[in-house]
Design a protein around this ligand. Sequence first.
Ligand code: MG
Length: 261
Amino acid sequence: MPCQIRALSVVAVGIALSTLAAGGVSGLSTEDDGFRWKVHDEDRPKPPVVAIENGVPSDAVVLVGAESGTDALRSGDQPCLWSFEDGVLKVNPGTGDIHSRDSFGDCQLHLEWKFPEGRSVNGQMGGNSGVFFLDRYEVQILHTFENESYSDGMAGSIYGQFPPLANPIKPAGQWNTYDIVFRGPRFDDEGDLVRPATLTVMINGVLVQDHVGLLGPTRDKARTSYEPHDPVGPLRFQDHGDPISFRNIWLRSLSAPQMAE
Ligand code: MG
């Protein structure tokens, strides 16, 4: 380590230790340091209990489950035209995208999907779908097990914007899990962007998007910019012409971040 950097490190450690000794670091002090709550404050509200039944949190809205049917989904203004049997929803190629009957904003989404065995795939063709938040922001679904494609279109990409950090997609015939945290963009009264939409995505338990700020709505072969829109909208699933199966789709609506509450 160069001398100058080593000297700076020693100074930094010294400052940190003296600050700790003075009880001046927020979160370590038991004094009134301006933070709303004291350390271990018994009056601080407790988080709600969330029970888990068959892997589904009790405060989740189930869009597709073992006994859900497809009542929560629509094809345009018609009932869902994709097939549904034994808890498995399957793209009915050519019938078009489907969307949730209800609108959602910030949320935690869980879904599972599977590419069928025995089907050929080539880049973006053969094993493609996707999930769009607020009908605009796509997290790509693509069978990328031993299948090459452009990186900002791989499974777990924010389509056309950000490649995934890893490619943990399983072989054909096996279920993949997506766990996603979506926060919508915020606009001020003039319609100017205050904060971009953000996405955090785990595929099969592997982090592939780490609280990434989106450039705007996702588009094929194009970049876009933000235009003000409602804070809620339908969740959309893509019919890209491929018989992708889905199961266990549920989401939890999230309130605004409350870091300092
Ligand atoms: Mg897609």
